[in-house]
Design a protein around this ligand. Structure first.
Ligand code: MG
Length: 382
């Protein structure tokens, strides 16, 4: 289902009126509306075209649908995004249905009492859902704009602290892999998805084209620990410097065995969604991949970073394929990360937003208030 502007405004009537929406153009502060009570919470689907067909061990895609959420109050609009893992049953229609359940909670809440909101959202939508991230990011964007400061500043993070991000190359035929490696020229670290089918051939193809450091993501694809450690040793000799989620989440004892022997850091991704998952997996991994779409947004991601440090785990900040809204929201947390894997907006060809700028292998923290994103002026996709 693709919504027209008119349909969008009609659906917006769930939470507010088109008149209020007009008064809530991004970055426009309407003093007359300062006393407005509850927020208007609106949404729209967007279609993001992928620069390349994307293949991992779970399937392939040419485009994806995300949902943009706007939180509008006092003449200020905060913007957020839900980006879906279709392999996990997530999609835009489901996100919209779930959003309708969350709207009453966020309409009643004082936006500055955000600490408890993820817990309240979990009562209505249990488990992992990107809808919680979308509304949380929109709320944080609104708070930053209301206060006139960027989110990294609100969280006490140093914007100058950055690390190079990896750029992902999906599994493909050798000739397509060669093309992708050439196109990845601006990026200093490559991330390669291995599928357990022809891992050595993929790495050898990449090594024949570039000597850049490589990270590998197995997406739970290895199931034999002895074979896994042999592969890791071979990969270490090929300039690979990090292994993400090598074994299934359930094989925690085997992963701990692997970590004790591995010369490369082992990072948890599928094994950790929110802060409550961290301590039980801490002994099996060297780090955790925090993603806003798994955590349910900025508040919980920040909480995860604090708990990870207690478990002596380093932090990777990762993402789904998404527009600059979700990616720039994650860039706001960049100073927390030892490793960065924020390439989602670099993998699409029609980003309707402009946020953090990518320069010389890393993201430059935006200076604008909130998450620091605006719609592009020639926007045809939003
Ligand atoms: Mg991963």
């Amino acid at each position: 289902m693709k919504l027209s502007r008119k349909e969008f405004l009609t659906l917006s009537g769930l939470a507010g009126t088109s008149l209020l929406l007009q008064g809530c153009d991004p970055l426009v502060r309407d003093v007359k509306n300062e006393q407005t009570t509850g927020p208007s919470i609106t949404f729209k689907k967007i279609k993001l075209n992928l620069a390349h067909t994307w293949t991992i061990s779970r399937g392939s895609a040419d485009y994806k649908e995300d949902v943009i959420v706007e939180y509008c109050k006092d003449g200020i609009t905060g913007i957020g995004e839900a980006s879906h893992m279709t392999g996990a049953g997530q999609n835009a229609d489901r996100t919209i249905e779930e959003l309708k359940k969350l709207i009453p909670i966020y309409q009643e809440a004082d936006p500055f009492e955000f600490y408890d909101l993820p817990g309240k959202a979990n009562e209505v939508i249990p488990g992992v859902s990107p809808v919680k991230a979308a509304i949380d990011i929109a709320l944080f964007d609104w708070i930053g704009k209301k206060l006139g400061i960027p989110i990294h500043r609100y969280l006490g993070l140093n914007p100058e602290k950055h690390v190079n991000t990896s750029f992902s190359i999906g599994y493909d035929k050798p000739e397509i892999l060669k093309k992708k490696v050439r196109e990845a020229e601006p990026y200093k670290i490559l991330k390669v998805k291995l599928t357990n089918r022809n891992d050595e051939q993929i790495i050898k193809t990449i090594r024949s084209l570039t000597d850049k450091p490589v990270r590998v993501d197995i997406n739970e694809g290895w199931t034999n620990k002895e074979e896994a450690i042999r592969k890791i040793e071979w990969l270490a000799g090929q300039g690979v410097n990090l292994v993400e989620q090598p074994m299934p989440v359930s094989m925690i004892e085997e992963t701990k065995w692997l970590k004790e022997r591995s010369t490369l850091p082992i990072i948890a991704d599928e094994a950790v969604n929110t802060s409550k998952d961290i301590m039980s997996i801490a002994e099996a991994y060297d780090g955790i991949n925090i993603k806003l779409m798994k955590s349910g947004g900025i508040m919980e991601a920040y909480r995860m970073a604090i708990i990870a440090s207690a478990g002596k785990l380093d932090i990777m900040i990762g993402c789904m394929i998404a527009s600059s809204v979700a990616i720039t929201a994650a860039v706001q947390l960049q100073p927390l990360a030892r490793w960065l894997d924020l390439d989602g907006s670099l993998l699409i060809s029609n980003d309707p937003f402009r946020g953090a700028l990518f320069n010389n292998g890393h993201w430059v923290m935006p200076e604008g208030p909130g998450i620091g994103v605006e719609k592009t002026s020639d926007n045809k996709n939003y």
